[in-house]
Design a binder for this molecule. Structure first.
Ligand code: 13P
Length: 250
């Protein structure tokens, strides 16, 4: 049985004070869950988040890394830097980074490899646009993104990768995918992984759904055969609402 993994992606929101008060309210609400709980916070909140989750079951992630360890890359942060302060996870290839910051399948692949080399666990995002969905090429797009993202990784590394299927048209729009559609897309991703890495890897890899997940839709999505939890944006900014998503099975 795969574990459910529920991660919040705060994107470019929350100041250090907000982070501290969020964790103070959130930690007691999720302390009894058997689900894995991750908060992916802005760089400026990482240190405060790490200090305040000590002694809780909450893990901390960042939202991006560079593919080098150090060097003349003004404004960038490396996996080695994140690891040095205790970060465990990093989101890689979010559609907002692909859309606004020239993230490509190639840079996504380089960053995933560097994440493993740095001792971080990657949460790798893939998803189709509305045009691609309407053209009926969703599965082709997302399986190709997955194949290119994972290129050159070992089966063991793929087992330790979290994939987040996030249809772009569902992000921040309030239009959540139906649980059947999301589950089918995730099944297609699992089949692709099976064809490359075999059944053992494909049945171990955690594949989340993301895109307008709320406490009202979490249970239906997360109780399907293949959806292993969620990557949650807007609804992860409020402690009570996000705790209900984490506790969807209580
Ligand atoms: P929303 O939950 O706000 O739609 O964002 C989803 C997302 O992009 C998480 O990475």
């Amino acid at each position: 049985m795969r574990k459910k993994v529920i991660a919040g992606n705060w994107k470019m929101n929350m100041l250090p004070n907000d982070t501290i008060s969020f964790i103070e309210e959130f930690a007691p609400l999720v302390k009894d869950t058997e689900n894995e709980v991750i908060l992916c916070v802005p760089y400026t909140d990482l240190f405060y988040a790490l200090l305040n989750v000590q002694g809780t079951n909450i893990k901390i992630g960042a939202q991006n890394i560079h593919w080098e360890d150090e060097g003349a890359y003004t404004g960038e942060i490396s996996g080695k830097m994140l690891k040095s302060i205790g970060v465990e996870y990093v989101i890689i290839g979010h559609s907002e980074r692909r859309q606004y910051f020239n993230e490509t399948d190639e840079t996504v692949n380089k960053k995933i490899k560097k994440a493993f080399e740095s001792g971080l666990k990657p949460i790798v995002c893939v998803g189709e646009s509305l045009e691609q969905r309407e053209a009926g090429i969703t599965d082709k797009i997302i399986t190709n993104q997955v194949k290119l993202a994972l290129d050159g990784l070992t089966g063991e590394q793929v087992k330790n990768t979290i994939i987040a299927y996030e249809p772009i048209w569902a992000i921040g729009t309030g239009k959540v995918a139906t649980s059947t559609d999301a589950n089918n897309s995730i099944k297609a991703i699992r089949e692709e992984i099976k064809s490359i890495y075999g059944q053992d890897v494909s049945e171990s890899v955690i594949i989340q759904y993301g895109g307008s997940v709320k406490s009202t839709s979490a249970k239906e999505l997360f109780t399907t055969s293949d959806i292993d939890g969620g990557l949650v944006g807007g609804a992860s900014l409020k402690a009570e609402e996000f705790s209900k998503i984490v506790n969807y099975n209580k």
